[in-house]
Design a protein around this ligand. Structure first.
Ligand code: SF4
Length: 156
C-alpha cells in the first residue's frame, strides 16, 4: 500500500481545479494499492483555491514555526497546510503505510523542490517534510523511475 498525491492519479484537486495525471506512474504502480491524498483539501481548503506559497525557507521551517504560508491576497493559510499534513500522517500511521509518491514543486507535496513566484527552489513541502520526519519514504513524482523502481526492487 502506498500514499500518492491525488492529482497524480487524475483527481482534479489542484488549486486551479485541474489534475496532473502521470500515466507512467499508473503502469508502474499496477500491483500496488494506491491511497490518493490531497493534503490541501484535507486541511480544509477549497478547490479551486488561490495558489499559496511558503514565504521563506521550506516545509520543515513551516513545521518548526519559523515561517508561514500565504495566498496571493496575503491571507495566512499555514494552519490549513499543517492540518492537511497531519491528516496524511494520521492516515499513513492508521494504515501502516511506509512509502509515498508526492507531486514535486508543491508547497504541500514537493519532495526536492518548491516554487516561490517564478523561482524553483530546493526544499520540501509541508506534508513531505512531516512524512519524512515520521520515517516514511517520500518519492518525487519527477523521479518515479529511479526512486520508486529502485525502492521497490530493494523491498523484494
Ligand atoms: S500537489 Fe498535493 S496538495 Fe497540490 S493538488 Fe496535488 S495532492 Fe493536492
Amino acid at each position: 500500500m502506498i500514499i500518492v498525491s491525488a492529482c497524480l492519479l487524475g483527481i482534479r484537486c489542484r488549486y486551479d481545479g485541474d489534475s496532473r495525471p502521470e500515466n507512467r506512474l499508473l503502469s508502474i504502480l499496477s500491483d500496488e494499492i494506491c491511497i490518493p491524498v490531497c493534503p490541501e483539501q484535507l486541511g480544509g481548503l477549497t478547490t479551486p483555491r488561490l495558489p499559496s506559497e511558503i514565504i521563506d525557507g521550506d516545509g520543515s521551517d513551516v513545521l518548526n514555526g519559523r515561517t508561514k504560508i500565504i495566498d496571493p491576497t496575503g491571507k495566512d493559510v499555514t494552519e490549513q497546510f499543517l492540518r492537511g499534513a497531519e491528516e496524511v500522517r494520521r492516515l499513513a500511521r492508521l494504515m501502516q503505510i511506509d512509502t509515498s509518491i508526492l507531486k514535486e514543486k508543491s508547497p504541500s507535496c514537493g519532495v526536492h523542490y518548491i516554487k516561490r513566484g517564478n523561482l524553483v527552489l530546493r526544499g520540501m513541502g509541508v506534508t513531505s517534510a512531516l512524512l519524512l520526519s515520521d520515517g516514511i519514504k517520500v518519492i518525487s513524482s519527477d523521479r518515479i523511475e529511479e526512486e520508486y523502481v529502485r525502492y521497490h526492487r530493494n523491498r523484494k
